[in-house]
Ligand binder design. Structure first.
Ligand SMILES: *Cc1c(COP(=O)(O)O)cnc(C)c1O
Length: 379
């Protein structure tokens, strides 16, 4: 099946008891057993729930994976992957990451004796000197948040396979519509479902998608033992959101491209980060591993200090100043004070996360209104 058909149908069948076309919200914590152990595959909703199962199967289908797990947040999903590790293990990751990922690595897991290496991953071979017999996991995000670096998934996967490391890709920015890391050799795909997949800024959720049966069993064990599972109402909302994922992503890509080109030569803009430009350092890899360049664009404001950046960030009328991304509505974010506040100044400035950086999540409103809003805010 092709993507759009899977987005609408995968994991979903008319309800066998009523014929309801939409998956019912199974608002139940527990399930009847005819005699102990004699049940229909559902025992207790921390472990499995039919609404959530439909969503997990749909998400797995979209990522060309065999198994899916939905979590109560993206961070719940990340936490579950990290719980595969034990004290002494080492992780290789990028130097431009979602702030919350950096925070859980350094503030939660370093305390348990796990070591993280934050590297420039623009070339896969950069990880080689850091691999030793304690290395267990490589965690990458591509495109990165917020400077839109592109990491060569296939190139990294070749190395992780050779060294038997688990490669996890945070695929939040691309969404499964634009990029499928498992096809490129990744072991685990992680999503903040809160973003493009949910798509309507009304649900917080995460997901892990995997092919390997044993890895799925290990993750499911932690999932059920630790309990970061979402409720059935949220699962329903995301199933509904996914039905238009392909339509929304097309529109995000179109509007994102127009906004990027509008800003590129704007006199108030200094740097612009968008992987669709030919002079983006890893444009060729973006073209190879993605089916479009998405709706995320970051810029720095020419000669603007923090105060001037705040003034401009607050002067939009259609773009809403808020954290998060990937919803139908356009958002503007100031990473230093919002999403990336937990990353130390020296660390973030190394990769260009400076005081004058703004990140745009270009929504699917009419492009004329978006460009007009940018024009007036950047006057
Ligand atoms: C938002 C986000 C997360 C965390 O997901 P939550 O659903 O907010 O817990 C992880 N990675 C990326 C790239 C994100 O944008």
């Amino acid at each position: 099946m092709k993507f759009a058909t899977k987005a609408i149908h995968a994991g979903q069948e008319p309800d066998p008891t009523t014929g309801a076309v939409m998956t019912p919200i199974y608002q139940t914590s527990t399930y009847w057993q005819k005699s102990p152990g004699d049940h229909k595959g559902f025992e207790y909703s921390r472990g499995t729930n039919p609404t959530r199962k439909a969503l997990e199967d749909c998400l797995a289908a979209l990522e060309n994976a065999k198994h899916g797990l939905a979590f109560s947040s993206g961070m719940g999903a990340t936490d579950t992957v990290l719980r595969l590790l034990k004290p002494g293990d080492e992780v290789i990751t990028g130097n431009d990451l979602y702030g919350g990922s950096y925070r859980i690595f350094t503030k939660v897991y370093e305390k348990y004796g796990i070591k993280f290496h934050f590297l420039d991953l623009s070339k896969p071979e950069n990880i080689l000197p850091y691999i030793n017999d304690k290395t267990k996991l490589v965690w990458i995000e591509t495109p990165t948040n917020p400077t839109m670096q592109i990491i060569d998934i296939e190139g990294i996967a070749k190395i992780t396979k050779q060294h038997k490391l688990i490669l996890t890709v945070d695929n939040t920015f691309a969404s499964p519509y634009l990029q499928n890391p498992i096809d490129l050799g990744a072991d685990i795909v992680m999503h903040s479902v809160t973003k493009y997949i949910g798509g309507h800024s009304d649900v917080v959720m995460g997901a892990l998608l995997v092919n390997d049966d044993q890895l799925y069993k290990d993750l499911w064990f932690i999932y059920n033992a630790c309990g970061a599972t979402p409720g059935p109402q949220d699962a329903f909302l995301v199933l509904r959101g996914i039905k238009t994922l392909h339509l929304r992503m097309k529109a995000h890509c179109e509007n994102g491209e127009k906004v990027a080109h509008f800003l590129k030569n704007h006199p108030r803009i200094d740097k612009i980060y968008w992987p669709g430009f030919e002079d983006h350092p890893n444009h060729d890899i973006a073209k190879k591993q993605m089916r479009g360049f998405g709706g995320m664009v970051s810029v720095t404001l020419k000669g603007a200090d923090l105060q001037e950046t705040f003034r401009i960030a607050s002067s939009f009328k259609v773009f809403t100043l808020a954290e998060s991304l990937g919803g139908v509505e356009s958002l503007i974010n100031h990473p230093v004070s919002m999403t990336h506040g937990s990353i130390p100044k020296e660390e973030r400035e190394k990769v260009g996360v400076t005081d004058n950086l703004l990140r745009l999540s270009v929504g699917v409103e009419d492009i004329d209104d978006l460009l007009e809003d940018l024009e007036q805010a950047l006057k």
